[in-house]
Structures are given as C-alpha cells and as structure tokens.
Design a protein around this ligand. Structure first.
Ligand SMILES: *[C@@H]1O[C@H](CO)[C@@H](O)[C@H](O)[C@H]1NC(C)=O
Ligand SMILES: *[C@@H]1O[C@H](CO)[C@@H](O)[C@H](O)[C@H]1NC(C)=O
Length: 189
C-alpha cells in the first residue's frame, strides 16, 4: 500500500494546476454586486445640485468600461474597473471621516453600514480580479486623487463624498446592465 504522503504530492500538483487554469475566469459575484448597488442607491437622495460645481474637478474616466487596452478582453476589463472603483472608495472610507450631523451627508446609517460590509467583502475576497493585471491600481488613481482632495477640505467634503457615491453607483449600474454575463451568478452553498 502506498503511504498517504506519496499520494498527497500529485494531489497538490493537480489542484495547483486546476487553480491556475481557473484563475483567468476569476469573476466578481453578481449576487453581491447587485445588493451593493441597491444599498448605495437607497441610502441617500439624488446628487445635490450645489455639488455640481465640482464636476470639472471630479471626473470619472468616461464612459466607464471603454478605452481599455486592447489586450484586455471586455469582461476582464469590466471586472477590473468595478474592482478598482470599489477598492478606491474603500480606501477613502478607511482614511476619512464621513461628515455627519448639521451640514453633513444625510445617508441612512444602517444602509451605509450594510453597504460597507459588502464592499469590504468584495475587496478582500476578490483580489484575484486585480492581481492578474499589472499596473491596474494606477487605472483610476487620478480620479481618486481628485476625490480625496475634495473630501479633505472641510467646506467641500460633503460634495466629495456625494460625487464618490454618484460615480460608484454609475459604475455598478452600467456594469450590471451592460455586462451582466461578466459576473458570477452561481450562488455559494
Ligand atoms: C483632476 O483635477 C484636475 C484639476 O482640477 C482636472 O483638470 C482633471 O480633469 C481631474 N481629473 C480627474 C480624473 O478627475
Ligand atoms: C462562482 O461562485 C461560486 C459560488 O460562490 C464559486 O464556487 C465559483 O468558484 C465561482 N466561479 C468563479 C469563476 O469565480
């Protein structure tokens, strides 16, 4: 009889190969992205008119999902833009206090918290989306640098946060509508 450790080696090798083969299909879970979008939408009102003055300063590379390098197949590019948008937003949430109370943002606390939990989970569990692409973290950095600059200033902070919410909403909405099949719709058991 073969000792079990001898069997273990080919077993590990096989799994490594399976992992490598399945990596290019690393997808974001549609069943998590969808409620993330819904919570973000429901937690606040429409974009405030007085924040339009920052539209020149905060411009999400538009239209989203176009202009990817030719080497990126469409779904790969879509996943990357969605992932990097969530991650960039996450970093701002971690670094800055949301202005609350008088003159602050008026987002629903509970929905915001649920949204943040889903966002954390997506960013932490799907690093594979980003890892496969070199230089992907630089993709949206000019945008996030500008958002950060607006969020940092006390008198414009609310508009920075509102712009971030508006742009993230749009990214998720466009991705879900136009690139539905790029997500993984298999439910976890
Ligand atoms: C960043 O801000 C500069 C200066 O206001 C602006 O010219 C540029 O278009 C902005 N870029 C993005 C990606 O928002
Ligand atoms: C899709 O989701 C299911 C359930 O979470 C998971 O088992 C599977 O590995 C995922 N597939 C891809 C390609 O990410």
């Amino acid at each position: 009889m073969m000792p079990s450790s001898v069997l273990l080696v080919p077993l590990q090798l096989c799994c490594l190969i399976v992992m490598m083969v399945s990596m290019p299909t690393c997808k974001l879970p549609g069943n998590v992205i969808q409620p993330t979008h819904a919570l973000l939408e429901d937690m606040g009102d429409a974009f405030p008119a007085q924040c339009r003055q920052f539209n020149g300063k905060i411009q999400f590379p538009a239209p989203p999902f176009s202009g990817g390098p030719a080497t990126h197949p469409q779904c790969h590019w879509t996943s990357l833009v969605v992932y990097e948008s969530l991650r960039g937003a996450e970093l701002i949430f971690l670094q800055y206090e949301l202005p609350k109370g008088e003159g602050g943002v008026t987002w629903d606390e509970q929905k915001l918290e649920q949204f943040r939990n889903l966002q954390d989970r997506l960013v932490q569990d799907h690093l594979c989306v980003s890892i496969r692409t070199r230089s992907s973290s630089g993709l949206l950095s000019p945008y996030f640098n500008n958002v950060t600059a607006v969020v940092e200033q006390t008198d414009s902070a609310v508009c920075g946060w509102e712009s971030l919410r508006r742009d993230l909403l749009k990214v998720l909405k466009v991705a879900l509508h136009r690139h539905h099949s790029c997500f993984n719709w298999t439910r976890a058991h």
